[in-house]
Design a protein around this ligand. Sequence first.
Ligand SMILES: Cc1cc2nc3c(=O)[nH]c(=O)nc-3n(C[C@H](O)[C@H](O)[C@H](O)COP(=O)(O)OP(=O)(O)OC[C@H]3O[C@@H](n4cnc5c(N)ncnc54)[C@H](O)[C@@H]3O)c2cc1C
Length: 291
Amino acid sequence: MQVPASFEYERAHSVAETISLLARHGPEARVVAGGHSLLPMMKLRLAQPEVLIDINGIAELAYLRVEAGELRIGAMTRHADLLGSDLVARNFPILIDAERVIADPIVRNRGTVGGSLCQADPSEDLAAAFVATQATVVLVGAEGTRVVPVSEFHTGPYETVAGPAEILTEVRLPIRAGAGSAYEKVERRAGDWAVAAAGAAVWLQDGVATDVGIGLAAVGAEHFRATEAETALRGRPLDEAAIDEAAAIAGRNAHPSTDQRGPAEYKRHLVTELTARALRRAGARARAQEA
Ligand SMILES: Cc1cc2nc3c(=O)[nH]c(=O)nc-3n(C[C@H](O)[C@H](O)[C@H](O)COP(=O)(O)OP(=O)(O)OC[C@H]3O[C@@H](n4cnc5c(N)ncnc54)[C@H](O)[C@@H]3O)c2cc1C
């Protein structure tokens, strides 16, 4: 049986209390949300925090609402709440697509949006979906609050720009007219991490893609993003030729590695195929909104 090293346990009741506990205990303290990533790492001794600060009691961090033209998702929102939300389904079907294929109901009932983003696993599905939708995250620390694009939040595998005494409190997704979005993932068996995955958001006006977001998971794309593929599509009619061209570029934007989930070339092929499928479905959803 794997057992974590010993640690102190604190329970925070507010964001302010969490920040002051993090400041008091220093860099060896970690917050625990759903615990689905942190606790297994502690059991394997890959993480050995001296103090765990439990943020599950912070009711002010669990919400889904529209404010200032944005969908705002509190960090402690569980995967299952996102999946069950009509508000999310109406505005960002990409998140429903992604949540349907994240793990299983046990993980989704407990795992959180904030924990998923802060874990920064390179195969994390929500990171790719949030990059596609041009989301930002709100980070709060002793120095104040800052808003960072999700496309700049992850700096590498398991690394983010969040400081040791900062917490992620909210994800913000701009709600804009003409939008459609979709997520496509290939996994070896239901509930597994992605072999490769692609998310797309398009904003159409008279059939032209005025803006585009493409996120990639599990394939070594810098910041989970296919930036060049987005640029190739922006300002063009979203037709089959444009989609195929952007999808091929996305394949070149990916840097997958060969591992137990498959060879790199297979994953690169998947990126091209999944990006094309996500763009097509995102386009169809945008047109359905317009009609
Ligand atoms: C069997 C299994 C299968 C899975 N499959 C998938 C999958 O297919 N796709 C996928 O995307 N994910 C998958 N996951 C991950 C799942 O989505 C987890 O919920 C997620 O990784 C972590 O969320 P959590 O709330 O449990 O975070 P925790 O484990 O509590 O925390 C993770 C890290 O984030 C930090 N943290 C947590 N919340 C905050 C915050 N608000 N501010 C700052 N730091 C914070 C913690 O200190 C810790 O370092 C899987 C997990 C398991 C166990």
